[in-house]
Design a protein around this ligand. Structure first.
Ligand code: SME
Length: 159
């Protein structure tokens, strides 16, 4: 149960809008772009929102598909590298509340203070990731995690 009622309303609105986008006639890439911009615009603590897809060739890498926010040099990330690569390897959501304390971290911008990375699964395989950066320290809560893991489940068919 989300305690903050305004946040809860935003999650519900976002959930409805995301379902609308998924049911639309847009291409897969345009659906991902639309969801990216939806997430970025509805929560002020989501300063960079992007999707990576898993490239299946060995050694496995994450390839940036689309994003909203400042451009990043990290368009390809090997499994195990950075927060994204670690989440892909352990197949679990990772929240980093203070990126400056994380040794295995790939910086996109000095403005970023915290980050959440949510793997997207098909069957039991990681096929993509949702990565969100915040310019606020400790920005991500369990509510964000639960909500974003639901979004990630919805998007599995787009990867
Ligand atoms: N910080 C990420 C790299 C991707 S950028 O945030 C866009 C990481 O450590 O994997």
């Amino acid at each position: 149960m989300v305690k903050d009622i305004r946040k809860s309303l935003r999650y519900n609105l976002l959930d409805q809008k995301a379902r609308g986008i998924l049911q639309s006639g847009l291409s897969k890439i345009d659906k991902l772009k639309a969801i990216c911009s939806l997430l970025k615009n509805i929560f002020s603590h989501y300063d960079w929102v992007g999707f990576y897809a898993v490239e299946k060739l060995e050694p496995k890498e994450l390839v940036l598909v689309t994003f909203e926010g400042e451009s990043t040099e990290h368009e390809r990330i090997p499994f195990g590298k950075g927060i994204c690569g670690q989440a892909a390897l352990i197949k679990k959501t990772i929240i980093v509340q203070n990126v400056s304390k994380e040794p295995n971290y790939l910086s996109c911008s000095p403005k970023v203070k915290s980050e959440i990375v949510i793997p997207i699964f098909r069957n039991n395989d990681v096929v993509g990731e949702l990565d969100i950066d915040s310019h606020t320290a400790s920005a991500f809560t369990l509510d964000d995690q639960v909500f974003l893991e639901d979004v990630a489940k919805m998007l599995s068919g787009l990867f």
